[in-house]
Ligand binder design. Sequence first.
Ligand code: ADP
Length: 442
Amino acid sequence: MNESIHGEWAASDLQDRVSELQDRVAELIEQQTAISEVLRAIASSPHDLQPIFDALLDNATRLCRADIGGLRLFEVGGLRRVAVRGDPLWVSQAVSSIPVLVDEGGFPSRLATSRLPTHIPDLTALERARRADYWTALENIGVRTALTVPLVKDDEIVGIIALLRKQLEPFTDKQMSLCRDFAAQATIALESTRRERQYREMQTALAHANRVATIGQLTASLAHELNQPLTAVAGGGSAALRWLARQTPSIDEARSCVERMINDANRATRIIAGLRDLTKQNAPRVEVVDLNEAIADVIALTYSEAIKSGVTISTRPAPELPPVQGDRVQLQQVMLNLMVNAIQAMSSVEEGARELQIRIETVPSEGGVRIGVRDTGPGLPPESLPCLFEPFYTTKPDGMGMGLSICRSIIEAHGGRLWAIPCEPQGALFQFTIPADRTDHP
Ligand code: ADP
């Protein structure tokens, strides 16, 4: 009899143990899913922190059984609210009654700088003095239990996560440790976004430096190119004055002189505007770009360098080119690099015609526009092909070897491809594609 009771207890013990383990496994799976969800948000949104913070707070609020979760980040002047998630009614109450920026001397900021999680099982039990500002506001919207965990990066407090409950129900140790994990994930997301931003800023600065350096190689011919229209304007002005100073002033002749002067002045203005655009350091921007026009501006800039090097440029613009989306200056930079490289390559060729052909065409099979820059220079030896687009690959005595590598990153950032092939009987062909802009524009 005793044995059978003993056996029954053992069986029910085992049953309890099994269901306890099942609960634990379910809980771990839930936590694992939450972590994967946040990591996915971090991976798929490297530039935008908002979806990451939202996913993180959704999971923290749900897994820690809170009613509302908030995330604040330190900035000059205090802690700024960057995300609030949870019960929608409560979220809107919290958003309207608690300030977006809690000043540095405020209680949450002091809490954060203590570096430790702070658990307040019963807000109403807090001494009045400590309940000033923030906590009173929380209490007023019905918060009873609160947990705050600081975000710590390299020993520096960067923000705070707060989980709140309407019920008087203290957070468990497990929930507090989970909240600490979420705070660590928020810190990782902040850091990876900061690095991504830093990387992009460095790339933009490098591209700008390369653009300025390429323009620098054209300075002598550009000065000449600008000198021409300016001299023509001055000459046209004198001629117009002479026509007007005649005994019977010839208004028609004077007018045509002035018209030519306007054309010349416009030519100079176009070159200066093109130079200004390419040398300014602007943040990358996305706009609708007419490639025919953007490329024509680059040809105007390189024209006199080509003439100086005995190169003739022929262009075949596409009549019905679809617009593309992108950064006009960056796309012009690619063209400028390819054209200057081609002109320089041909300068080393003693014999044969020096021809630079630019072909712009719509390629429906590639879903966009393809640009080709073909020269009759020495071409590309087979061993150079794998290294052409590598940073610091150069065969020029004063080359940097960054141009083609930057061009490729620009084109790839625009969703296109850039490649090079040797041509027969001589020369090189560099081609790139840019996907057509699929959005409708008025
Ligand atoms: P850099 O002009 O400073 O050398 P790039 O990255 O623009 O840097 O070019 C890398 C190398 O690719 C050049 O040094 C040259 O050897 C080769 N190259 C680029 N364009 C051409 C071309 N059109 N014909 C032959 N070689 C080229």
